[in-house]
Design a protein around this ligand. Structure first.
Ligand code: AFP
Length: 335
C-alpha cells in the first residue's frame, strides 16, 4: 500500500479546508462514525467466536425480533458519541424514543441511524450494514426531539452507510460528492477506494423480495414481468439479486446500476422500510451520486416525517430504472 493512500480522516480534514467557517466538529463527527464502524467490523467478524450471534428475545420499537448484534451495534454507536459534544440527539431503529445525549445541549448536529441493517443475515455470515444521516441543528440549547429530528431528508448535511461483507466499506455523501473507503484491517484505517462515485444511469439488476409479489399493486407485477422479458436492446431480462440487507442491495445498485424496491404488501401496508434512518439517508446519498429515490410516487427526501419509526414504500437506484418503476406504477407501462 502506498503511503500516499488517503485515509477517511485526511479526506474529511482536506474537505474542511474548503470551508473556512468550519469549526472542525463536522469532521470530528464523521471520523467518530468511522471509529464506530471499525469497532463494529471487528465484533461482527468474530461474533460467532464470542457469543454475539442469535436473538435477544425482545422486539425492537418497530416489532422486529432483536438480535444480540442489533443491541450491541446500537450501544457502540451511542457510546461513540457520548460525552463528545458532537451530536445533541440520536434517533435509532433500536430505540423507541430519540436519545438526547447528556451534556450535549450545545452540540450542532443530530444523528439518525440504523446501527445494524439486515440483521437476519448475521447468523449466516451474510452482508449487513450501518446507515447514518446527519442534520445540522437550527438552534442550540435543549433538544426538541420532534421538530429537530423529524426533518425532511433534503435537509441532511451528510449521509452514508457502512457495509460489512467480504471487506468493510464506508460510503458517505456530504454535499459535493460520494466517496467510498475500504477498511485496511492491518493498518486500522478506512482508505479511499471509490473516489467520486456516480450511479450508472441504468443497470441490469433488480433487488426485491419477490415472495411478496402476490400482494403488490398489479402495476408493480407488470413491471416485474417487463424486467423478466427478453429484449437485448434494453438489457432485459434484468438479473435478480436480493441479499436481505438493504445496504448491500443499494451498494450494488450504486456501483453497478439497477434498482432496489420494497412496495407495500399485506403485512406491510406502508412498506417495510423506515423513512427517517433507512430511506432518507440512502436516498440523499444515491441522489448525490446521480441516482433517484422515491416511494414510487413522491421523492423520498421531500417527505415530512410524522414519527421516528414511520415506514414508507421505497424504490432506489439508477435514475432511469427508478423513473421506469414510477411510470409503471402510474400507468402500467414503461412511460
Ligand atoms: P432489519 O434491519 O430489521 O434486519 O431489516 C432488514 C430490512 O429492513 C432491509 O435491510 C431488507 O432489504 C429488508 O428488511 C428485507 O425484508 P424481507 O425479509 O421482508 O425481504
Amino acid at each position: 500500500m502506498s503511503s500516499k493512500a488517503i485515509t477517511l480522516g485526511r479526506h474529511v480534514l482536506e474537505d474542511e479546508k474548503q470551508h473556512p467557517e468550519a469549526t472542525g466538529e463536522f469532521s470530528a463527527l464523521l471520523i467518530q462514525i468511522g471509529y464506530a464502524a471499525k469497532l463494529l467490523s471487528r465484533e461482527i467478524s468474530r461474533a460467532a467466536l464470542i457469543g454475539k450471534l442469535g436473538l435477544v428475545g425482545e422486539k425492537n420499537p418497530t416489532g422486529d425480533s432483536q438480535k444480540v448484534l442489533d443491541v450491541y451495534s446500537n450501544d457502540v454507536v451511542v457510546d461513540a458519541f457520548a460525552g463528545t459534544g458532537l451530536v445533541a440527539a440520536i434517533a435509532s431503529e433500536e430505540m423507541q424514543k430519540v436519545k438526547v445525549v447528556e451534556g450535549s445541549e450545545q452540540a450542532r448536529y443530530i444523528l439518525v441511524t440504523d446501527p445494524l441493517d439486515g440483521s437476519s443475515n448475521t447468523d449466516i455470515n451474510g452482508s449487513i450494514g450501518t446507515i447514518f444521516g446527519i442534520y445540522r441543528r437550527k438552534n442550540h440549547g435543549p433538544v426538541d426531539p420532534i421538530s429537530e429530528v423529524l426533518r425532511k431528508g433534503a435537509e441532511q448535511v451528510a449521509a452514508g452507510y457502512v457495509m460489512y461483507s467480504t471487506s468493510t466499506v464506508l460510503v458517505y455523501a456530504c454535499g459535493h460528492g460520494v466517496f467510498g473507503f475500504t477498511l485496511d484491517r492491518e493498518v486500522g484505517e478506512f482508505l479511499l477506494s471509490h473516489d467520486n462515485i456516480r450511479c450508472p444511469g441504468r443497470g441490469h439488476y433488480y433487488s426485491a423480495n419477490l415472495a411478496r409479489s402476490v400482494d403488490w399493486h398489479p402495476n408493480v407485477r407488470k413491471y416485474i414481468n417487463y424486467l423478466n422479458e427478453n429484449d437485448p436492446h434494453t438489457s432485459r431480462p434484468y438479473s435478480l439479486r436480493y441479499t436481505g440487507a438493504l445496504v448491500a442491495d443499494v451498494h450494488r445498485s450504486l456501483i453497478e446500476g439497477g434498482l432496489y424496491f420494497y412496495p407495500p404488501d399485506t403485512g406491510h401496508k406502508d412498506g417495510k422500510l423506515r423513512l427517517v434512518y433507512e430511506c432518507a439517508p440512502l436516498a440523499y446519498l444515491v441522489e448525490a451520486a446521480g441516482g433517484r429515490a422515491s416511494t414510487g410516487m413522491e421523492r423520498i427526501v421531500d417527505l415530512q416525517p410524522q414519527e421516528i419509526h414511520q415506514r414508507v414504500p421505497f424504490v432506489v437506484g439508477s435514475a432511469l430504472d427508478v423513473e421506469q418503476y414510477e411510470a409503471f406504477l402510474k400507468h402500467g407501462r414503461p412511460e
